[in-house]
Ligand binder design. Structure first.
Ligand SMILES: *Cc1c(COP(=O)(O)O)cnc(C)c1O
Length: 375
């Protein structure tokens, strides 16, 4: 928790549940990433947290943006982004969204299928396109592999076809999976990209860009390697595979830029114990449907802080306040919380600035959306 967030929480005691996010920390993370990867252009993955305060700060710092919908493109433009600095990175786009993007001056589109390529050629003629390839997502706590990307052979055919359709066959992309803790996964993926660059060159198609996606991790319950290790591994692999003919390099961080800038302040609604089961059930005023969607499969394990920390702790299951049996955050991950914890206590969930505010249901059980404070 940054000192600014701690001060805000103690001075204002805002109603819970709410997210308090320190926009200065986003800026620090952006600068750290740029230092770790000075040759890469940073395209912030807007879906991680689309708050205007974040988009405006990043636009002011010269960030580019990875948008997934017409709505996200509109938010970037409203925040002052240059349309030439927006990538339409979703491989699944409505025709109306492609048209809107093209009309507003967006010129860079992702795809991974024949039909999507045809849609782009028809509705954003002449645009720069890049094909997303399949890569291993091993080491990622939140994998993205099955739904997106295609094989190297298919990508090769698609990039040749892109030129024939009047598009600018610009580059390749991948995503190693979100909260990727293993630097080697970037190295392996870069090797695949380089192979296809070589193949396509022989076929007369000169690609100019490698988009390394997002995935850079933040520290939740477990510590992760720092951004410098990822920078070093990536630049090492780029140099090994491309020599001094480096293509333009893009990265699309989401989680890394915003996660540790935010804290969710919540309230304990109930602590219950079933018979003499040693595991207490702790129900919070936020759960799976209030924004903690990434606790699905207990994938993302948030660190928690209470005013009783340091006193004796015992095993707990942690769940949300709704009347849905799926609204359980942690049952198998061996969480422990202080024995003294009671209904009415505040509890802080750390590093919740990414994939929380927009990942909530729409008033399920009547609960209002998560309040947001950007400071
Ligand atoms: C979600 C997403 C990102 C951001 O991923 P993080 O793991 O949050 O860094 C980047 N690129 C694309 C195409 C995405 O879908």
């Amino acid at each position: 928790m940054t000192p600014k967030v701690a001060r805000y929480l103690s001075d204002h005691q805002p109603a819970t549940p709410c997210l308090v996010l320190d926009v200065d920390r986003v800026e620090q993370n952006f600068r750290a990433l740029r230092e770790a990867l000075p040759l890469a252009r940073v395209y912030y993955a807007v879906k991680a947290n689309p708050a205007p305060q974040i988009l405006e700060r990043l636009a002011g710092l010269g960030s580019s943006f990875d948008a997934a919908s017409a709505e996200e493109i509109a938010s970037c433009l409203a925040a002052g982004a240059d349309p030439a600095e927006i990538s339409f990175g979703n491989t699944i786009k409505k025709v109306s969204a492609i048209r809107m993007a093209h009309e507003r001056g967006v010129d860079l589109f992702a795809f991974d299928s024949d039909e999507e390529l045809e849609k782009i050629a028809a509705h954003a003629p002449g645009a720069r396109v890049y094909c997303r390839i399949l890569v291993e997502n091993t080491g990622a706590d939140w994998p993205l592999s099955r739904k997106f990307g295609t094989t190297l052979d298919h990508a090769r055919d698609l990039m040749i076809r892109a030129g024939r359709l009047g598009l600018d066959a610009y580059g390749l992309s991948f995503h190693v999976g979100s909260q990727q803790t293993d630097t080697a996964s970037y190295e392996a993926a870069i090797g695949r990209v380089a192979m296809l660059f070589t193949d396509l060159k022989q076929a007369g198609v000169n690609l100019r860009m490698a988009n390394l996606g997002g995935g850079f991790p933040t520290s939740y319950r477990d510590e992760v390697p720092g951004i410098d290790s990822f920078g070093a591994a990536i630049m090492g692999a780029m140099a090994r595979h491309f020599g001094n003919a480096l293509p333009e390099i893009l990265v699309e961080p989401g989680r890394y830029l915003v996660a540790d800038a935010g804290v969710v302040s919540a309230e304990v609604v109930l602590v219950s114990r079933r018979g003499n089961d040693p595991v207490r059930w702790v129900y919070l005023d936020i759960g799976r449907f209030g924004g903690l969607a990434e606790t699905e499969g207990e994938s993302i394990k948030y660190r928690m802080r209470t005013e009783h920390d340091g006193s004796e702790a015992g095993p707990v299951a942690i769940a949300g306040p709704t009347c849905d049996g799926a609204d359980i955050c942690y049952e198998k991950s061996n969480y422990r919380l202080p024995i003294a914890l009671r209904s009415g206590d505040r509890i802080e969930l750390l590093s919740t600035g990414a994939y929380v505010t927009t990942y909530a249901s729409q008033r399920f059980n009547g609960f209002a959306p998560l309040a947001e404070h950007y400071i």
